[in-house]
Design a protein around this ligand. Sequence first.
Ligand SMILES: NC(=O)c1ccc[n+]([C@@H]2O[C@H](COP(=O)([O-])OP(=O)(O)OC[C@H]3O[C@@H](n4cnc5c(N)ncnc54)[C@H](OP(=O)(O)O)[C@@H]3O)[C@@H](O)[C@H]2O)c1
Length: 432
Amino acid sequence: MERVDRVYVGLMGLGVVGSGVAQILAEKRDTIASLVGCPVEIKRVLVRDPARAREAPVAPERITSDPGTILDDPSISIVIELIGGEEPAHQYIRRALAQGKHVITAIKEVIAKHGPQLLELAEQKQAAIHYEASVGGGIPLIAPFRQSLLANSISALYAIINGTTNYILTRMAKEGLDLADALREAQALGYAEPDPTNDVSGTDAAYKLAILASLAFHTQVAPDQVYREGIDRLTARDFRYAGELGYAIKLLAIAKREEAGIQVRVHPSMVPGDRILARVDGVFNAVEVDGDLTGPIMFYGRGAGSLPTTSAVTADLIELAREVRQGTSRSRATQSLCLLPVTPMEEILTRYYVRMSVRDQPGVLAQIATILGGLRISIASVIQKESDETAQVAEIVLMTHLASERAMQEALRQMAALTTVAEIGTMIRAEG
Ligand SMILES: NC(=O)c1ccc[n+]([C@@H]2O[C@H](COP(=O)([O-])OP(=O)(O)OC[C@H]3O[C@@H](n4cnc5c(N)ncnc54)[C@H](OP(=O)(O)O)[C@@H]3O)[C@@H](O)[C@H]2O)c1
């Protein structure tokens, strides 16, 4: 590669993040040029509708709907892919790498599903694919795993990595809102998409966990290997009871290294109130990592938004533009990955909170205790909450000691079959 005196960039997508990138490249033009050693210029921008008026500082003649004007232009050495979704973004990234262009992306779905193949293609073509913005927006996460934490054996990672659900859960906890009202509020404030399915179902967090766990454990975790439960069964009452028991309820993404393999799961979790994660509220994200050398460390900040995400994309750009400027390519020899098996969900051990409605009659608790005892699940506490005298139904909340998921699922099945149990409300796993 030859040294160049100007680095040309193709920007794909001029939405929330793409506009931020265009704005910061214009506002910080001189700083970026001095960090890189030459100017960095956006040569073309791909959008769906080039006729639409744009606020971003991009000359209209540079805006196109033809991806070929970026992918087939040999003067463009870096492509920033920000159109979102899996396709056609994935194919554009492949085409860019196949031409030896470096790629920067914020699209977690593409990295989670196709990361290993894209990294391999990049290596063959002596190109790079950087994706700092794909997890945690402006919080540095990928670079620490790729570099600063390499000497550690990481035993566990606990993350709040979806700002939309964390906002909803915070409002349910603090204001007693139910899920539908908290979601409507998040949509009105622009924190949730009109179609919130990917966030509420835990899918977005599972993509991000697949990326982080692959880096943390030097393995490959596909998104469909991540056990996933969303937040849709939680009620305002669960937050009240959790508070009384000294817990917060968070959608946690958890990855743990075990002797034989790894656990990777995303589900609502009861987090003890004295853990920092219990106090990560609103749209903020946090990732706690346990390394054998570092001990526990915590990353915290805004996990989305135009400028935080632009910060991550622009840092990747400065790093790669320096290489283009100098005509060098850092050795990217991929490390040998060991493919760790994922522990089946039914084999995990954790504690459980169960809320259920039972008929208000003698002997019910004894029946429940018999089922749990028969499955070797020991009860840490049982509290009778509200009772509805007219319906003759009482609500009870029980917490267990450590038990296997297989035993707990069987217990839930057997308890639901009791004529004295009106309804099993919510089961939430408890961490820490
Ligand atoms: N927003 C955040 O805070 C954030 C944070 C981290 C990661 N991300 C990820 O970054 C990516 C981009 O997010 P965003 O919020 O910037 O999205 P966005 O606001 O919806 O913008 C998407 C842009 O891509 C263009 N586009 C979409 N489909 C296209 C196609 N088939 N061909 C050409 N252009 C196309 C759109 O063109 P038009 O303008 O003509 O419609 C628009 O400019 C997503 O993968 C997202 O998950 C976002």
